[in-house]
Write a protein that binds this ligand. Structure first.
Ligand SMILES: [Mg+2]
Length: 206
């Protein structure tokens, strides 16, 4: 039973995400190459590396998340870092203190999604990272448990399911849209890497 998420817990979640994302860098780039420029593996590893480096200096949630969001946006260019930065900045708006209870965790993730939604018009079904992020955060906010492990597991399951669903989708957003039918049969790279992040969060807190 995990009733409180400490700042050290959260840093461990991020470190686990970076480790798992690094291990799958090549896979994310190969998926991106189907309908894009094949740089997503490198982009998400670079962005998460910057995020974790800043997180290490954090002593409480609000300023740590704010610094993580700003640093990744300033240090790394491209849409991957913009969206990841927006996620952590939105989380920052919704939290305070050095430990979060279940309701605090739900509010943190809800804040993250709300801010990402202000950065992109993409919606679930468009074959983007939103196909993992939106169901993950909906599952988190919809999980009434006071055990944070249950909440993160719900987010992980929904993110993985959402990413898997992108295999059958046709790209409907941004430049990838030009490839149309060619995108069917492959998962979206961003949905896959974001689902890896949520899976890592759950793997850390059991
Ligand atoms: Mg790319």
């Amino acid at each position: 039973m995990k009733e409180k998420l400490t700042i050290d817990d959260f840093k461990s979640m991020l470190e686990c995400a970076l480790k798992n994302i690094k291990e799958r860098e090549e896979e994310f780039s190969q998926l991106d190459a189907v309908i894009g420029d094949g740089d997503h593996g490198q982009a998400i590893v670079t962005a998460m590396t910057a995020v974790v480096e800043t997180a290490h200096k954090g002593t409480e949630f609000k300023s740590m998340l704010n610094d993580m969001g700003f640093d990744v946006m300033l240090q790394v260019s491209g849409s991957t870092s913009t969206l990841l930065g927006a996620f952590f900045l939105g989380m920052s708006d919704a939290v305070s203190g050095t430990a979060l209870d279940a309701e605090g965790v739900r509010k943190m993730f809800a804040g993250g999604l709300a801010n990402v939604q202000m950065q992109t018009q993409a919606k679930p079904g468009d074959k983007t990272m939103m196909d993992a992020l939106v169901p993950a955060v909906n599952a988190i906010t919809g999980c009434a448990s006071s055990d944070i492990a249950d909440i993160l597991k719900a987010g992980s399951d929904a993110a993985l399911e959402g990413a898997a669903k992108t295999v059958d989708m046709k790209a409907n957003f941004g430049r990838a849209r030009n490839y149309g039918e060619r995108s069917i049969g492959f998962a979206d790279s961003g949905a896959t890497s974001w689902s890896c992040m949520f899976q890592s969060f759950s793997e850390t807190i059991k």
